[in-house]
Every structure is written in structure tokens, then in C-alpha cells.
Write a protein that binds this ligand. Structure first.
Ligand code: PMP
Length: 363
């Protein structure tokens, strides 16, 4: 063992050494349907606006302490109740850490239906909490009795509910969510990363229960490059969580860009509506392919199971060879055997995907 390897082995936590870093595929020249990004760029007029604003944003000072202008803009743009507080994160990934760090003593439990967003598990581990994933039913719907039993058994400090859920696309019913919120002894984080693609939201009920916050991101509505997420909740919850937030976590360029883009919010809404409208035709076309099962989705992606002559791994590879990237979940969890998660792309990208799949599956 080299000297460095020896020092690493004696220093880095064994559970960290065993992990792989969060996977981000190289995408040069590819059709990118693996990360639920919007395929649509901002229109010229918005980009001109951005260029002007960013030119005039001073970089020599730390971000201002008073973020009330941005706070007001975000609350107005996204329908956050006036009485709620909001906390900003460098992506909602950072907010997930903040919640776990603020709530969990070492070894205390973070719980979520599973499979769900992999970072709930990763962040919990990094932050010395214990993650409990409660298996979904075989059809990837929520197993409410199992959730309630697990909450009773593990008394989680934090429950994450991604609605719609990633990577399955399903949206848990309001009644199931209410039952989980009522049973949870700690904080329930409703992660609405994919809310722009459904009519449902917990936001109007944000302040009804004493233990709920709603987390959102702008990543799925055309701004994944900005790294901005927000968490809304009772101001007292937000004040506690804010103590853990890294200083100046939201840089001045992100703040300025966001304020500018939010003045053009209807553009983002129209792009999201387009993706939402294109979801069902894509799902139907996928479901018509031989050996493919598509799970119901309320998000900007669909989960498809390949169990014909070619399995998920083979189809994933064949698509990659044709420079089409989708996310392979075949080996991630037994409930996801054979499953690929496919973002809804532009009409041309969707057509290219379907034609490639026709080719691959009929070969
Ligand atoms: N929550 C869910 C359910 C997600 O799927 C994702 C992104 N994959 C995130 C949060 C993180 O989003 P962000 O880009 O804001 O960090």
C-alpha cells in the first residue's frame, strides 16, 4: 500500500471509502435524457436581460445579508403562503443536508419510502444519521401500512416524501401523506422537485400541521445550472434550520440571475407545460414497445421496465452506443429490476429515443 493509501485507509471513514461519488455521465454530443433537465434554453430576450444584470453584479463583496427581495420574489412566483418562512439552498441537495444536520443526532433515523431520491440516503449517512428505506409495493405505489409501521418502530427525526417520487414518477395520495404526517414524531419534508409537472402540491396546506416543510428546486424547470432550491415552512422551523446553513451559500450571480429569470416566469411555466403535455404520448409510445412496462408518472420523466429479449442493462448500453443517455436503475434496487428512467425531452429527442428503441428491440 502506498503511503497515501495507508493514510487514507486510516483516516477516511470506512463507509465513505466504500461509496461511489454521485454519478454524472459525460454527455458531449449526446441526447441527454438521464437527469430530468429541461431540454429548452431560455429565449434571447431573457438571456439579454441576464447579461445586463450579471455585468452589473459586483463580485468583490460577499452576498448581502438581507435577501428579502429574493424571498418576496420566490414566494410570489411559486405560491408560497405569505405567513411562511423560506430558506434558500445551493440546490435542494444542500437543503437535504441542512435538514438532517439540524435534526439528527448521530444514529438517529431519516426515513423515506424506497426507492426514492438516492441523496436522502447519502446525505443521511454523510451526516451520521441512520437511513431507513421503506419498500414500495411491487407496483411501485406507496405501502402506507408499511410506512406507518416503520415510523412507529424507528421514530424517525426526519421523513422525506418526494412527491412526485424520483425515480418511480408516482405521486402519493393526499390522504396517505396526511396519515404519514400525523404519525411522524419529527419533521416531514415534502420534496416537490417535480411539482411543476402536476396539479398537486402540499404548499397550500403547508402551515396546517406543526411538522411539515415543503422543499422545491428550479432545476427541473430549466435552471439546473443555477443551483437553487428553497424550503418553505413555519418561520420558526425555518429559523432553526437557517442556523445550519453554510454562510453565503447562495452566491451573488445565482441570486441576480434568479431574480431576473423570475421576472420571465411565464416562459418557464410554458416550457414545463410543454414537457408535461409530451409526457403521456412518450409513455404510451414506450408502453407499445415489446416487453416494456411503463409506470404512471406525474413528473418530467417516465420509468420503464424492459423485460423482453433485452433487459434494462442491455437496452441502456445499446442506447448509450447510439449516444442517447438515460438512467439505468436495473441494478439499484430489486423493485427496479430492468428499469430505465427516461426524461421527457424535446419532441425531436423523444422521437430519436423511440426510433432507437424500436431498432434495438426489434434487432
Ligand atoms: N429532490 C428530488 C426528488 C430530486 O430528484 C432531485 C434531483 N435529482 C433533487 C431533490 C435535487 O435537486 P437540486 O438540483 O435542486 O439539488
Amino acid at each position: 500500500m502506498s503511503e497515501v493509501a495507508g493514510r487514507i485507509a486510516g483516516t477516511i471513514r470506512p463507509d465513505i471509502r466504500e461509496l461511489s461519488a454521485y454519478p454524472v455521465a459525460h454527455a458531449e454530443g449526446c441526447i441527454k435524457l438521464d437527469a430530468m433537465e429541461s431540454p429548452y434554453e431560455l429565449p434571447e430576450a431573457v438571456r439579454d436581460d441576464l447579461a445586463r444584470v450579471l455585468r452589473d453584479t459586483p463580485l468583490n463583496r460577499y452576498p448581502a445579508a438581507d435577501l428579502s427581495e429574493l424571498r418576496q420574489a420566490v414566494k410570489a412566483a411559486f405560491g408560497v403562503p405569505a405567513a411562511a418562512g423560506v430558506l434558500f439552498g445551493n440546490g435542494s441537495d444542500e437543503l437535504i443536508h441542512i435538514v438532517v444536520q439540524a435534526c439528527c443526532n448521530p444514529g438517529e433515523v431519516v426515513l423515506a419510502p424506497w426507492p426514492s431520491f438516492v441523496y436522502f440516503d447519502m446525505a443521511a449517512r454523510f451526516d451520521h444519521a441512520r437511513f431507513v428505506g421503506v419498500p414500495l409495493a411491487d407496483d411501485l405505489s406507496l405501502d402506507l401500512p408499511a410506512m406507518l409501521a416503520a415510523i412507529r418502530e424507528h421514530q424517525p427525526k426526519v421523513v422525506f416524501l418526494a412527491v412526485p417520487n424520483n425515480p418511480t414518477g408516482g405521486a402519493w395520495s393526499d390522504a396517505d401523506m396526511a396519515a404519514i404526517i400525523a404519525a411522524a414524531p419529527g419533521l416531514v419534508v415534502v420534496d416537490e422537485a417535480y411539482q411543476p409537472f402536476t396539479d398537486r402540491s402540499w404548499m397550500p396546506r403547508l402551515l396546517d400541521a406543526p411538522n411539515v416543510v415543503v422543499m422545491r428546486t428550479v432545476s427541473k424547470i430549466g435552471l439546473a445550472g443555477l443551483r437553487f432550491g428553497y424550503l418553505a415552512g413555519h418561520p420558526d422551523w425555518v429559523a432553526e434550520l437557517d442556523k445550519v446553513r453554510p454562510p453565503y451559500n447562495l452566491d451573488v450571480l445565482t441570486q441576480a440571475a434568479l431574480l431576473t429569470v423570475l421576472r420571465h416566469k411565464p416562459v418557464l411555466d410554458a416550457q414545463a407545460a410543454r414537457l408535461r403535455a409530451d409526457r403521456e404520448p412518450l409513455a404510451a409510445a414506450l408502453a407499445a414497445l415489446p416487453g416494456v412496462r411503463v409506470f404512471p408518472s406525474a413528473a418530467n420523466f417516465v420509468l420503464a421496465r424492459f423485460s423482453g429479449k433485452l433487459d434494462g442493462n442491455a437496452v441502456h448500453l445499446a442506447l448509450k452506443q447510439r449516444k442517447i443517455l438515460v438512467r439505468n436503475f436495473s441494478n439499484a434496487h430489486p423493485l427496479l429490476a430492468g428499469c430505465l428512467r427516461i426524461s421527457v425531452g424535446s419532441p425531436d429527442e423523444n422521437a430519436a429515443l423511440l426510433s432507437a428503441l424500436q431498432d434495438i428491440l426489434s434487432a
